[in-house]
Design a protein around this ligand. Structure first.
Ligand SMILES: C[S@@+](CC[C@H](N)C(=O)[O-])C[C@H]1O[C@@H](n2cnc3c(N)ncnc32)[C@H](O)[C@@H]1O
Length: 209
């Protein structure tokens, strides 16, 4: 397909999200296709990608195009079953059912990749298809701090680590049980990592000395 038609096609498939974003005066959250560009930008060569919170596997699919291997963790059994079906022919994608805070440590302990990317997106959310709230633990809206503590224990195993934390607009100290963004900044500083924000995604970049 020529670039001209690729562009036309791209505009056509994303027209609804673009219109909605325009109506929201380009405020956060950015549409999914924009977030996916950020994810692609922070991919590391020959890396393992870990996603927490598979949901309907849209980002998992993007990761499967750029990663050497993808491990995606989903708490909800129905969504897990759908993802297993969706990726049944993919040799790269491994979907696991359970809580990311219980599974992450074993993954980090056992994987031997030198470059690691994480998309941390596990949190309570409203399923837009069933209209039901997906939550196991009502007091823990997001396991992000537990996930970061686990990553901290294993970070030195890797040469390069990019951690992408989605929905950073919610880390305002007022939204349910979300930690304040300062806690995330402190974590990055403590782990000698640089950090920045693009399109509602907090990005932490760690490089071994
Ligand atoms: C916002 S959605 C994830 C969206 C997905 N990453 C994407 O980009 O398309 C959040 C998902 O996290 C899942 N979830 C919530 N708490 C979790 C936990 N502790 N461990 C794993 N998954 C969890 C929910 O069931 C839901 O599917």
């Amino acid at each position: 397909m020529s670039d001209y038609f690729k562009k036309k096609f791209w505009k056509h498939i994303n027209r609804r999200s673009l219109n909605n974003w325009y109506k929201r005066n380009f405020s956060s959250p950015s549409p999914e296709f924009v977030k996916h560009q950020v994810i692609k930008k922070y991919n590391l060569q020959k890396s393992l990608w870990i996603e927490t919170g598979t949901y309907y596997g849209d980002t998992t699919k993007i990761l499967s195009d750029i990663a050497e291997k993808v491990i995606s963790i989903e708490l909800d059994k129905r969504l897990y079953d759908l993802a297993i079906k969706k990726f049944e022919n993919s040799k790269k994608v491994n979907v696991i059912n359970g809580e990311s805070q219980n599974l992450l440590e074993d993954i980090l302990k056992n994987e031997s990749y030198k470059n690691l990317c994480l998309f941390l997106d596990a949190h309570t959310c409203l399923d837009h298809i069933t209209n039901k709230l997906i939550s196991k633990n009502e007091t823990l809206e997001t396991p992000i701090i537990i996930e970061l503590n686990i990553i901290e224990n294993y970070i030195k195993k890797f040469n390069n680590v990019n951690i992408l934390i989605d929905d950073i607009r919610l880390f305002d100290g007022k939204t349910k049980n979300y930690p304040h963004i300062n806690e995330i900044v402190d974590w990055a500083r403590k782990n000698n990592s640089s950090w920045f924000i693009e399109h509602d995604i907090f990005i932490i970049n760690y490089k071994a000395n």
